[in-house]
Design a binder for this molecule. Structure first.
Ligand code: NDP
Ligand code: GDR
Length: 341
């Protein structure tokens, strides 16, 4: 039997790397769409996963997506590419709309046109987000909860989400949407709060800095481990019928709780002197209370999260501690995870 082929957009991001690793371990030929003429993250991808075949392109450029489809000839497309930093989306709302929203339409069109020309079914995964729930209408949030996004990023994701459903319903495409709640790892971008904290804690523990400035410490999130969540993406595309699934842990924790465990990991029990609240990091609007129920994914996909909240925080701090030359205790991240951090 010939190997299955997958094309991943956003392969240089946190999820792209984990997903590529997973698909390679299952014998897939993996192609990754990479943008820009000298993308610095390409070196990390080549170093970590040299087997991945790279094609240059941009979600804003439909012709580059058509070219990518023709070269990769994929059985499965995972559309993870996006401007994904919510805070940035207020600063550049138009660009976020075009990439995070319009990019989904471009990718769906490329898949649809390629399917017609090649006469070959392509399964499509869209990276939707719990940020679409925004002003929360019910707790916990499920696949049927009313969407009320509270950021330009959230609005763009709602557009991509409904466009994916529309392509499924209009053209019979195998197009699924994963409504994923926050998921983190040692590979998380440094602009996101969890990695900002884990890096700062590691640097404080090794004497390289004394404090970190954060925004709203009372914000809460349903945080899981990225390695678990890419498994759910893969499972969605293995189903006979395409559908939408919430992927979450069902627990919510505040930034303060994250700080408690992160500082505890390096033996600091009172972190108040190390954390400053800076209004610069507050957002024009916040989502209310994010807790997801992934009952449908558990029942239909057989998916469950395997990493608890305390394990996740410790994993991230210990990885950053190792990178800063300190020593960690407890769970040690795998060499692969460290390489990607
Ligand atoms: P990252 O921010 O780590 O990665 C985003 C990826 O998108 C990068 O590879 C980036 O490439 C790429 N990208 C940005 N702009 C373009 C463009 N114009 N054309 C092509 N590619 C582009 O995100 P994550 O890995 O954390 O998330 C993956 C997806 O899942 C995103 O769509 C995100 O919105 C969504 N999501 C994430 C969640 C999370 O908690 N992590 C939760 C729910 C949804 P480059 O290297 O060039 O910058
Ligand atoms: P989020 O993640 O917006 O949920 O989007 P982020 O880590 O940026 O923020 C989480 C919460 O932490 C609060 N916060 C801070 N956030 C940042 N980045 N920096 C700070 O200093 C800080 N202080 C407090 C924020 O106000 C917020 O409430 C992530 C992204 O991966 C999206 O792409 C994805 O769709 C959603 O998760 C689900």
């Amino acid at each position: 039997m010939t190997a299955k082929r997958a094309l991943i957009t956003g392969i240089t991001g946190q999820d792209g790397l984990y997903l590529a690793e997973l698909l390679l371990s299952k014998g897939y030929e993996v192609w990754g769409l990479v943008r820009g003429q000298n993308n610095p993250k390409l070196d990390l991808l080549r170093e970590t996963l040299p087997e991945v075949k790279v094609v240059t392109g941009d979600l804003l450029d439909l012709s580059s997506l058509m070219k990518s489809m023709t070269l990769a000839r994929p059985d499965e497309v995972y559309n993870l590419g996006a401007i994904s930093f919510v805070a940035y989306s207020w600063e550049n709302a138009r660009l976020t709309t075009d990439v995070t929203g319009g990019g989904v339409l471009n990718m769906l069109e490329a898949v649809r046109l390629y399917q017609d020309i090649a006469d070959h079914e392509v399964r499509f995964y869209q990276a939707s987000s719990s940020e679409m729930f925004g002003r929360v209408q019910e707790v916990p949030q499920s696949e049927t909860t009313l969407l009320w996004p509270r950021s330009p990023y959230g609005v763009a994701k709602v557009y991509g989400h409904y466009m994916t459903i529309n392509y499924r319903e209009s053209y019979g495409m195998h197009a699924s949407s994963g409504i994923l709640f926050n998921h983190e790892s040692p590979r998380r971008g440094v602009e996101f709060v969890t990695r900002k904290i884990s890096m700062a804690v590691a640097r404080i523990a090794t004497g390289k800095q004394t404090s970190v400035s954060l925004g709203n410490l009372d914000a809460k999130r349903d945080w899981g481990f990225a390695g678990d969540y890419v498994e759910a993406m893969y499972l969605m595309l293995q189903q006979d019928a395409a559908d939408d699934y919430v992927i979450s842990t069902g627990e919510t924790h505040s930034i303060r709780e994250f700080l408690d465990i992160a500082f505890e990991t390096v033996g600091i029990s009172d972190w108040s002197g190390h954390v400053h609240v800076d209004p610069r990091f507050f957002r024009p609007a916040e989502v209310d209370l994010l807790i997801g129920t992934s009952t449908k994914a558990q029942e239909k996909l057989g998916w469950t999260p395997t990493v608890s909240f305390p394990e996740l925080v410790k994993m991230m701090v210990e990885s950053d501690l190792a990178a800063e030359g300190g020593t960690g205790t407890g769970r040690i991240p795998t060499p692969e995870i460290r390489a990607g951090a």
